[in-house]
Design a protein around this ligand. Sequence first.
Ligand SMILES: Nc1ncnc2c1ncn2[C@@H]1O[C@H](COP(=O)(O)OP(=O)(O)O)[C@@H](O)[C@H]1O
Ligand SMILES: [Mg+2]
Length: 305
Amino acid sequence: MEAIEANNLSKSFGSVTAVNDVSISVKKGSIFGFLGPNGAGKTTVIRLLTGVLTPDTGSIYIGGVNINNDPLAAKMMMGVIPENGTVYGDLTAEQNIIWTAKFYGMDRTTREQRAQEILSQLGLTERKNDLVRTFSKGMRQRISIACAIVPSPPLLFLDEPTSGLDVHSRRLVIDTIHKMNNAGSTIFLTTHNIEEANALCTTISIINKGKIIATDSPEQLKKTYGTTHYVEISFRQSVTEALFKDESISRVERWGDKWRIYTNDPDHVVKYLAQVAERDHLSIISIATSGPSLEEAFLQLTEVA
Ligand SMILES: Nc1ncnc2c1ncn2[C@@H]1O[C@H](COP(=O)(O)OP(=O)(O)O)[C@@H](O)[C@H]1O
Ligand SMILES: [Mg+2]
C-alpha cells in the first residue's frame, strides 16, 4: 500500500485550471518532491491531498484510506506545514508545542518530554519562553514544523519548507526532514528550488501549468533531459576566448576567473586543453568536467510544456 495514491486530480478556480489531471503515487518511507515554478499548482495539490480543498475530479487515498470517505482517519496520519505557517504569535515557543500536544491528547509527562525534545532538535531551547510574534521568519517556520511533528505523523507535508529562510534555519529544517524520514515518516514536499529537490528527494515530479510533465529519480531526470557537458578551466595567465578553437567545442562562456567550455565530448576537450596549455606555456590552476544538471532538465521541461 502506498503512503499517497492520488488519481486524475483536477481543480479549477473559475476559469483557471490550477491542477489538471494529476496522478501521484508516493511510496512509504520515501521523500517525494513536487518541483515546479511559481503558479504551477504545487500548493493547490497539497491542499487537495491534505483535505483542505475538494477536487473537482479524482480520488485520493492516504495510507489506503479514501480521504473523501473518512477525512478524519486520513488527516490523523498527516502533519502539515503550510506555505505560511500557522503559529500562535501570542504564545511562547514552548506553549505552541504544548498546546498542540494537548490537542493530540498526550498526557502531561509525555507532552513535556516531547516539547523539550523538539525544541532542542529545532534549536529553539534558548528561546522557548519568548513570544513567537517576536521571532524571525526562519524561527517561525521552525515552530510551525515543531508543531507538525509533535505526534510523529507517518506522513509529513511541507509546502516550500525552506523558501526565504536564513542559512541556519534552512539547515535545521533540512536536518529535521531527514530525521523524520529516518524515523519512518514519508515526506511530501514542494519546492521551486532545484538544488533542494536534488539534495533531498528520492523521487521528483515536475509540475508546470497544473500538469505533471515528468516523474523520476533526480539522477534519472538529469540523464534523460540534461544533455550538456562542460569543462571548466582556469589559467594562471590571462587568456582570450580565441584560445578555445576546436570542433568539439560548442560554446564558451566566461565564469568569474574561469572559462566554461560546453561540449558533447568532454574527454576530447580536456585533452585538447592540455595540449594548448603545453604549446602556449600556460599553467592550469583548475580543471573540472561537469555533467548534465537537474537545473537543465527542469528548464528544458518547463519550457517545452
Ligand atoms: N483560491 C484560489 N482562487 C483562485 N485562483 C487560485 C487559488 N489558488 C490558486 N489559484 C491559482 O492556481 C494556480 C496555481 O496556484 P498554486 O497552487 O498556488 O501554485 P504554486 O504553489 O505552484 O505556486 C495559479 O494560477 C493561482 O493563481
Ligand atoms: Mg505555492
